[in-house]
Design a protein around this ligand. Structure first.
Ligand code: SF4
Length: 282
């Protein structure tokens, strides 16, 4: 059962909730992605995506979640860029392709579109490990020459990275809500991640840590020790080196399901996480 309370986490008072006049305009552009981040977003419990969109943010454009599509959606996006210049948040999902041939949307280069949209955004949020670090799209031989968001937009534009594959829904929404209620991005760590959610490793707050401290480890996923809930370290758990809020928020994530942490919020996790051993081309 989750113990997460978003009002406390984002430092929002009951009084602040009464101000529902303006919702935060959000433009969500997808680059080379699997849509997993948006799928995750819709599964937030605290608050729900529905509550968030009805009360706090106005999701003006998303290829997957917008009701409109095609020309209508594209025209609306352009209108929002003008109407909310300097006020909208640009959410970017997916690795950014190295050249236009890999991804055009509505006849335009998605890479150029992100650069232009970031210029007048109040803030940019990179949702997911692909936009934050390059992620899966940049893994292995990186055939699309995919890069992270920081590689294409100037340093003076405020950017927060919300890595994870997918990121935790409550962390995505919590970051947006911080901007809505406080007008700015939450305090970030050196790697540009919100400290609110990324200040500790999964291991330090893991509900199996008691077993780790007693050196009680599962030897396989289906042995008796695994059934007892023992620590998964010997099965390759990356919790000790992964900074994320899976365990600290009290949410049921991979380790609760009996699977090791794969460190999906860490840079190059796909190459270093044990799934792929190919070397990048030099
Ligand atoms: Fe640490 Fe992983 Fe063991 Fe949890 S399961 S205590 S994160 S090594």
């Amino acid at each position: 059962m989750s113990t997460y309370n978003w009002l406390e986490a984002v430092n929002v008072t009951e009084e602040m909730l009464l101000n529902t006049d303006n919702r935060l305009p959000v433009i969500w552009i997808s680059a080379l992605d699997c849509t997993g981040c948006k799928e995750a977003f819709t599964r937030s419990f605290e608050p729900t995506a529905l509550d968030t969109m009805l009360n706090f943010i106005s999701l003006e454009y998303s290829e997957l979640l917008s009701a409109a599509s095609g020309l209508q959606a594209e025209e609306h996006k352009e209108a929002i860029f003008e109407k909310y210049k300097g006020e909208y948040v640009l959410a970017v999902e997916g690795g950014i392709p190295g050249s236009d041939e890999f991804l055009m949307i509505a006849g335009k280069s998605v890479r150029e579109e992100i650069i232009a949209a970031a210029k007048h955004a109040k803030a940019v949020i990179a949702f997911g490990s692909c936009s934050a670090w390059g992620g899966i799209t940049a893994a292995g031989l990186n055939p699309t020459n995919s890069v992270d968001i920081r590689s294409i937009i100037p340093e003076n534009i405020p950017v927060a990275l919300v890595p994870g594959c997918p990121p935790i829904p409550e962390v995505m929404i919590g970051t947006l809500l911080h901007i809505h209620f406080h007008g700015v991005l939450p305090v970030l760590d050196k790697k540009l991640r919100p400290k609110l959610f990324y200040q500790t490793t999964v291991h330090l707050t893991c509900h199996r840590k008691n077993y780790f401290d007693q050196k009680l480890f599962a030897e396989s996923y289906d042995d008796e020790k695994a059934l007892k809930g023992y620590c998964l370290f010997k099965l390759g758990c990356k919790g000790p080196t992964a900074f994320n809020a899976c365990e600290s928020l009290g949410l049921d994530r991979c380790i609760s399901a009996g699977f090791t942490c794969i460190g999906c919020s860490e840079k190059d996790f796909w190459d270093k996480g044990g799934f792929c051993t190919k070397k990048k081309k030099s």
